[in-house]
Design a protein around this ligand. Sequence first.
Ligand code: FAD
Length: 404
Amino acid sequence: MSEIRIVIAGAGLAGLTLAHYLHRHGIQVTVYERDNGLSAREAGYRVHINSTGTSALHAALEPRSWELFLATCGMPDDDMLLFDEQLTPRPPRDKAASKGTGAPAEIPEHLAVCRSTLRRILFLGLEDVVHFGAKVTGYRSNPDSTVTALLEDGGTAEADLLVAADGINSAVRAQRLPQVRVADLGARSIAAKIPLTAETKAKLPAQLYNAFSMAYDGDFTGLTLGPLDRTDPHSPLITRQDPEFRQEARENYALSIFNSTVEHMLPDAELFGAGPDELKAYVLRRLATWHPALVGIVRLWDTATVQALAVRSCVPVATWEPSAVTVMGDAIHAMSPALGIGANTALRDAHVLGSRLLAAAHGDTTLLGGTAAYEESMREYAYRALRKSAFVGQQVIGHLPLPE
Ligand SMILES: Cc1cc2nc3c(=O)[nH]c(=O)nc-3n(C[C@H](O)[C@H](O)[C@H](O)COP(=O)(O)OP(=O)(O)OC[C@H]3O[C@@H](n4cnc5c(N)ncnc54)[C@H](O)[C@@H]3O)c2cc1C
């Protein structure tokens, strides 16, 4: 096997899954993450993972970590139920749109996953691979076709391939593909978690409990509820982890998101300047005439977890020539959240790129050839997912179409 050195910018789901896959197959990989640790920034939220995502995770994780993943995720009944603001069911959404590519067959198509717990699982065994507090600011291309990643603290890291997995505001993508634009889709969200206890469960509408649900009115003001009820919180595999991991992996919660188009939402300066309690009070005012059970959901929001978000999407660009710097995940195809497939597509990148790099390490292709094959395939499936998400988001969230 030839010695190739891979440097990844960003330890999100995409970067960590790729790192895990490469490390498992004996390929030299180093990850630079700007945050000081896994729990530095986020409160941790629930993501819907379909069979595209589970296939990628199954390929990356060792059997024990895979079992840990299954124990810490939830297996809800259905993918999405739709209602109006008085909790009258709307026609069901086309489920095929959020379905994955299939396999592994022994688990359900749709899983509810805590992003933070999944990152902790992906980090297991990568303690010497991931460097925290290491912001990548850009790179330098070298005459010998290698690349040097540049770190904010003045450090550098040489690689045969630099992978931009540093999210929607990617510094590496900005240098590699300056033509990529990130569009504001003109919708805003206020998200929060609800701790799921016997008491809070009893207060949630029964028909919304075991599925991802969304209620929205004629102005596209919407409220979602996505419970995460972990499959096996008392698994011995969890007991073996550190106290922070154990505590998190035993907490059930629901993610609830209020969304509205910018015309109906607080102006950005107020929205992003408001404290969590003000945001929660604002949502309660906005929903004053809605069905009491839906208002009750917002009353259960844990105020400490309330945060405002903008709905943005990358805009697809034309084919580019491969080089020693490539892109994956939200860094190249951040998309409307309407279908819940952004993370799944990022995981697919890790699967596809990982297997191409393995082929290059085995001498079955060149590194540049493997990168080119990944990019060609990624542009096809990821841009399709991005366009489909934008289209469905227009219908359900009422956001703007993707700019040309
Ligand atoms: C509320 C919410 C709900 C969602 N629900 C779903 C869902 O149900 N299903 C789904 O498929 N998708 C969902 N998504 C989308 C999904 O979370 C993203 O598509 C996915 O996390 C992208 O992963 P990523 O690794 O590419 O990027 P990110 O998760 O953004 O990770 C990027 C990483 O890079 C680090 N970084 C950034 N800049 C630098 C730098 N300069 N140097 C070093 N490190 C850097 C960041 O700190 C971060 O750790 C949701 C998103 C949100 C916000």
